[in-house]
Design a protein around this ligand. Structure first.
Ligand code: PHE
Ligand code: NA
Length: 450
C-alpha cells in the first residue's frame, strides 16, 4: 500500500528546514489571530497562561511531531501506521488531515483579506481620515471581492505545493521571513511612540486573572497548537523530509522561539495603537485589519510601509498555507499513489470550495449559524476547541505510551544538539500534556455548551 520512500524529497539544509517549519508556524496565527484572542480574553493574564502552555506543552509536542516524522519518513496517517501497525492509531493522523481541510478553508479567506489590503494600501485608499472599521466590515461582508482574493490565494498555495517541497517551499521562505520580522519591529517602534500607547503596553503586561474562564484557557491551548502548527500532523509531515543526521531538539526550539517572538512583537505593535487610537481591544477578527492601517496612515511613508507589510503578511500566510495543504497532499501521494500535481489540484479546489461559505458567512450568509457561530467562526471553533486539542492529546499519548516516551526521547537525542532531552521530557509528554489538555478541553467545552 505505502509506496517506496526512496525518492522522497528532503530539505536542502538544516536552515532550510528551520525556515520551512518556522514558515509554517509564523503566519496569520501570530499577527491576525494572536492579538485578537488576547484582546477578547482580557490581555496579560491570557498571555501568561499562553506562554506556560507554549513552554510546557508546545515545545515537547513540537519535538515529538518532528521526531515521529523524521523517524518514519511518512505522512501524518502513514507515520502512525508505521509505528503502530494494525492498530487504530492512524485515526490520530486522519484527524490531522481533516484539520488541514478545515483550517486552510478559512485561513485562505483571511489571507485573501491581506492581499486585498495590500492593494488598498498601495492605491492610497487607507489614508488619514479613513473609516477603518467601516472599510474592513464593508470588505469582508461583500460577496465577490473576498471570494476573488480567496481564489487567488488558494491558486498560489496549490501552485507552490504542486511544484514540490524543495522547489516550492524552500525558495519562498528563505528571503521573505526575515523581511517580515524587520518590518514588524519598525511597526512596534511607531506604535509605542503614539501618544497614549502606554495603556496598550499595560494591557499586555499587567495581568487581571479575574478575566480568565475555562473557555479562555481552552482558547489559550487552541491558540498555542494553532500558532505552532501542532496537533494535526503538520510537523510530522515536515519532519518526514528531514535528513536523519539533522538534530530535532534545537530546531524545534528555534521554531517555537521564533513563533513566540513574532506573536509577542505583533501584540506590541497592535495594542499600543489600539489604545492610542481609541479602538476596542475586544473587536475580534478585524483587530489587525482595523488597527494597523490606522497606524500606517499616521506615519510618514505609510503607504509604502503599509503595502510592504500586508504583502509580507500575505507571504507569511502563504508559507503556512502550503504546510496545511502539504499535510493533506502528502497523504494522497504516499498512501493513495496520486501524483503531486493531481493531489494539489483536487484538494486545493475542494478547500477553495469549503472556503466559499466561510467567506459569505461574514455577510450574505451571516444568518446561518451553528452553535451560535456563523460558518467561518464555527470552523475556527472546531479546529481550536476540538480538532487540534484532540490531535495533540492523541499525539502525546501515542508518543508517551505507544511509541514510548523513552524511544521518542532517544530518537530526538541521537544527533548532536545543544538541548538534551532528559526524563523531564517523559514527564511532560506522558503526564503534563495529556492531563492538562484533556482537563482544559472538557471544562472549556462544558463551560461553552452550558
Ligand atoms: N501556524 C500557522 C499560523 O500561525 C497556522 C497553521 C496551523 C499552519 C496548523 C499549519 C498547521 O498562522
Ligand atoms: Na504561528
Amino acid at each position: 500500500m505505502s509506496l517506496e520512500t526512496k525518492q522522497r524529497e528532503q530539505w536542502g539544509s538544516r536552515v532550510a528546514f528551520i525556515l520551512a517549519a518556522a514558515g509554517s508556524a509564523v503566519g496569520l496565527g501570530n499577527i491576525w489571530r494572536f492579538p485578537y484572542v488576547v484582546g477578547t480574553n482580557g490581555g496579560a493574564a491570557f498571555v501568561i497562561i499562553y506562554l506556560f502552555i507554549i513552554a510546557l506543552i508546545g515545545y515537547p509536542m513540537m519535538v515529538t511531531e518532528m521526531a515521529i516524522g523524521q523517524k518514519t519518513k511518512r505522512n501524518a496517517i502513514g507515520a502512525f501506521r508505521d509505528l503502530a501497525p494494525n492498530t487504530p492509531w492512524w485515526v490520530a493522523g486522519a484527524l490531522g488531515v481533516l484539520a488541514g481541510f478545515v483550517i486552510l478553508s478559512f485561513y485562505s479567506v483571511v489571507a485573501g483579506w491581506t492581499l486585498s489590503y495590500f492593494f488598498k494600501t498601495l492605491a492610497g485608499d487607507l489614508g488619514v481620515g479613513t473609516d477603518f472599521v467601516g472599510t474592513f466590515i464593508g470588505h469582508i461582508t461583500s460577496d465577490w471581492a473576498p471570494l476573488f482574493w480567496h481564489f487567488v490565494f488558494m491558486g498560489l498555495t496549490l501552485g507552490i505545493i504542486g511544484l514540490g517541497v524543495v522547489k516550492g517551499i524552500e525558495k519562498t521562505v528563505k528571503i521573505l521571513m526575515p523581511a517580515l520580522f524587520v518590518l514588524l519591529i519598525a511597526l512596534v517602534g511607531r506604535a509605542l511612540t503614539l501618544p497614549g500607547a502606554g495603556a496598550g503596553v499595560e494591557f499586555l503586561i499587567k495581568p487581571d486573572f479575574s478575566k480568565i474562564t475555562a473557555q479562555s484557557i481552552l482558547g489559550a491551548v487552541g491558540q498555542a497548537f494553532f500558532t505552532l502548527s501542532l496537533g494535526m500532523g503538520c510537523m510530522i509531515t515536515y519532519g518526514s523530509y528531514l535528513d536523519d543526521k539533522e538534530n530535532i531538539n534545537d530546531n524545534a526550539a528555534w521554531v517555537v522561539g521564533l513563533d513566540t517572538a513574532v506573536a509577542l512583537i505583533a501584540g506590541f505593535a497592535i495594542f499600543p495603537a489600539v489604545f492610542a487610537l481609541g479602538f476596542d481591544p475586544a473587536a475580534g477578527g478585524g483587530l489587525a485589519f482595523i488597527t494597523l492601517p490606522a497606524v500606517f496612515a499616521s506615519m510618514p511613508g505609510g503607504t509604502i510601509f503599509g503595502a510592504a507589510f500586508f504583502l509580507l503578511l500575505a507571504v507569511a500566510a502563504l508559507t503556512s498555507a502550503i504546510s496545511l495543504l502539504e499535510v493533506v497532499v502528502a497523504y494522497y501521494i504516499d498512501e493513495k499513489g496520486w501524483s503531486r500535481q493531481k493531489a494539489s489540484l483536487i484538494i486545493g479546489t475542494l478547500i477553495f470550495i469549503l472556503g466559499i461559505p466561510a467567506s459569505l458567512s461574514m455577510g450574505r450568509w451571516s444568518g446561518f449559524t451553528i452553535l451560535g457561530y456563523n460558518f467561518f467562526d464555527f470552523l475556527d471553533f472546531l479546529q481550536e476547541s476540538i480538532l487540534l486539542p484532540v490531535g495533540g492529546l492523541l499525539t502525546a499519548i501515542f508518543a508517551g505510551y505507544v511509541w514510548s516516551a523513552k524511544k521518542t526521547r532517544e530518537h530526538s537525542n541521537i544527533n548532536k544538539s545543544a538541548i538534551r532531552l532528559g526524563t523531564w521530557f517523559d514527564v511532560l509528554i506522558m503526564y503534563v500534556s495529556p492531563i492538562a489538555v484533556s482537563v482544559v478541553m472538557v471544562t472549556g467545552l462544558v463551560d461553552k455548551l452550558k
